[in-house]
Design a protein around this ligand. Structure first.
Ligand code: CMC
Length: 428
C-alpha cells in the first residue's frame, strides 16, 4: 500500500471532526482508511455488497471498470490472452512474475508429477451422485484434499502452502474430468504426462473423442485462452470468499472449496450456464427478442451474461471471447443458431436505453457457454471450466493475504435493525 499520510479527508459528525488518512494506489486510486472510525466516533459504515469497500491491499490484479482495463500483475489481459499460455499466466498470477523457460518447465513438471489423485479419493468421487451438479461435486472433492494431504494443510508453513498450491493446480483438472466422465457413465482416464496441462484436461475429459489435428490445436488454444481470461478478477465474490475463509486460518483446500461454492451461483460463475439455458429457452419458446427484452425490463428475469459490478463500459474479456467464438464456430459447416441468437440479443440490448442507461454490457459469461457447447462440454460443466481458470487467482489471493501485515480475521460489522430488548413470555 502506498501510504500518503499527507492526504486526509475530514469526517464531520455530531461529536467533532475526524481526520482520516487517504492512501494512493499505484494507479492513482484513492482509498480512505477507516481503521479509527469506530473507535473514535462509535459509528460503522453500511455498504451492502461491499460496492465501495476495499477490504485489503493487493498487488495481483488491476481493473479500471470505466475504461475496460484488466491487468494481471501489470500485464494487459489482451496481451496475455494472445501471447501467454494458461500455465505461464497461472505462474504469473500466483508468484508475481512471468517465469523464465526453466521456471516454467519446473512448474509444469511439478504439476505433471502431482496430477494423479489417490485411488481411494477416486473411489469416493465415483460414489458421489453421478447426476449431481459438478460444482457441488468438485467443491466436495477439493474439500477432502485437506484430509488426504494433511502434510500440506498448515497455512503457517510456507513450504506446505507451496506444496498445496501445486497439488491444487495439478489435481483439479483430474478431479473435474473424472466427475464429467462419471456423469456420462464412462470410466476415468488417468493423466498423461506426455501432454501439456490443457491437452491433458481435454484428453482426460473426452478421451478418444477429443479432437485431433488442426481442430485439436484450435480447441487447446481456445480452452487455454478462456482459462487465461478467467485467471483472476481481484475481489470478486468467490475470491473474496476464499480470503474470508482463509482469514480464519482455514487451510487453502477448505478456502478454495468455499470459493468454488461461491462461484456456482448464477449471479457469478454460474451465469455461463444460465446464459446458455436462457438462449435455449428463447429458441425453444419461439419468443421474439423484443418480447424477451420487455420481460427483462419488467424485471421478470435478468438478461444473463449482461452487467457487471465493476465494468460499466465494456468487459475486456468478453471482446476476446466474442472473437474466439467466431473462430471456433467457423469450423462448422452450418451457422450456430445459439451464437446467432446471442449476437442478435446483444445488438438489441445495446440499442435499448434500459441497458445503456444502466451501463449493462455483455460480460465474460455471455459467449463462453456457446463456445463450450460447440466443443462438446455439457451445460453444467461450464462453471467448472470457470473454476479451473480462476484457481490461480484464488491461490494467489490466499497466499498474498498470509503475508499481508494488515492481516486480520474478516469480521464485518452490521447495522442492527431488529427488535430492542423484550421479555421472554411469562417472565414479567
Ligand atoms: N439484466 C437486467 N437488469 C440488470 C442486469 C441484468 N443482467 N444487471 C443489472 N441490472 C439492473 C438492475 O436491475 C438495476 O436496475 P435499477 O437500478 O433500475 O434497480 C441496475 O441494473 C444495477 O444493477 P445491480 O443489481 O445493482 O448491479 P450489481 O453490480 O449489484 O450486479 C451483476 C452485478 C453481475 C450481479 C448483475 O449485473 C447481474 O445479475 N447480471 C446477470 C448475471 C451475470 O451475468 N453474472 C455474471 C457476472 S460477470 C462474471 C462473474 O462475476 O462471475
Amino acid at each position: 500500500m502506498s501510504d500518503d499520510k499527507e492526504r486526509t479527508v475530514e469526517l464531520h459528525y455530531e461529536g467533532g471532526v475526524l481526520k482520516l488518512p487517504v492512501f494512493t494506489g499505484t494507479e492513482g486510486e484513492s482509498t480512505i482508511e477507516l481503521k479509527t472510525l469506530l473507535g473514535s466516533t462509535g459509528m460503522t459504515t453500511l455498504d451492502p455488497g461491499f460496492g465501495n469497500t476495499a477490504s485489503c491491499s493487493s498487488k495481483i490484479t488491476y481493473i479500471d471498470g470505466a475504461a475496460g482495463i484488466l491487468r494481471y500483475r501489470g500485464y494487459p489481459i489482451e496481451d496475455l490472452a494472445v501471447h501467454s499460455t494458461f500455465l505461464e499466466t497461472a505462474y504469473l498470477v500466483i508468484y508475481g512474475e512471468l517465469p523464465d523457460p526453466g521456471k516454467l518447465k519446473e512448474f509444469s513438471d511439478k504439476l505433471r508429477d502431482n496430477a494423479d489423485i489417490p485411488a481411494d479419493m477416486g473411489t469416493l468421487i465415483d460414489a458421489m451422485p453421478r447426476n449431481g451438479h459438478p460444482m457441488a461435486l468438485i467443491s466436495s472433492a477439493v474439500n477432502t484434499l485437506a484430509a488426504y494431504y494433511e502434510d500440506s494443510a498448515d497455512p503457517e508453513d510456507e513450504d506446505q502452502v507451496e506444496l498445496a498450491t501445486i497439488r491444487l493446480m495439478a489435481k483439479l483438472p483430474t478431479i473435474a474430468a473424472r466427475i464429467y466422465r462419471n456423469s456420462i457413465g464412462e470410466s476415468p482416464i488417468a493423466p498423461d504426462d506426455s501432454l501439456d496441462y490443457v491437452d491433458n484436461f481435454i484428453r482426460m475429459t473426452f478421451g478418444d473423442k477429443a479432437p485431433t489435428g488442426d481442430l485439436g490445436d484450435l480447441f487447446n488454444k481456445a480452452v487455454g485462452m478462456l482459462l487465461v481470461l478467467h485467471a483472476d478478477h481481484e475481489l470478486n465474490c468467490s475470491t473474496a470468499t476464499v480470503r474470508v475463509v482463509g482469514s480464519s486460518k482455514a487451510d487453502i483446500f477448505a478456502s478454495v472449496a468455499s470459493g468454488i461454492n461461491a462461484l456456482s451461483g448464477p449471479s457469478h460463475g454460474g451465469a455461463n450456464q444460465a446464459v446458455l439455458e436462457m438462449l435455449e429457452e428463447i429458441r425453444d419458446s419461439g419468443i421474439s427478442i423484443e418480447d424477451f427484452l420487455e420481460k427483462v425490463k419488467a424485471r421478470e428475469m435478468r438478461l444473463m451474461g449482461f452487467g457487471h459490478r465493476v465494468y460499466k463500459n465494456f468487459d475486456p474479456r468478453s471482446k476476446e471471447i466474442k472473437v474466439l467464438a467466431s473462430q471456433i464456430l467457423d469450423q462448422h459447416d452450418s451457422p450456430d443458431e445459439l451464437f446467432a441468437l446471442a449476437l442478435k440479443l446483444e445488438a438489441a440490448a445495446l440499442q435499448d436505453s434500459y441497458f445503456t442507461e444502466r451501463k449493462l454490457y455483455p460480460n465474460v459469461d455471455f459467449y463462453t457457454g456457446v463456445i463450450y457447447r460447440t466443443m462438446g462440454f455439457p451445460t453444467n460443466m461450464f462453471t467448472v471450466l470457470f473454476a479451473l481458470g480462476r484457481l490461480p487467482g484464488w491461490i494467489a489471493h490466499y497466499r498474498e493475504q498470509l503475508h499481508d501485515p494488515a492481516f486480520r480475521i474478516a469480521r464485518p460489522r452490521q447495522h442492527y435493525i431488529g427488535s430492542t430488548e423484550r421479555r421472554y413470555p411469562g417472565q414479567g
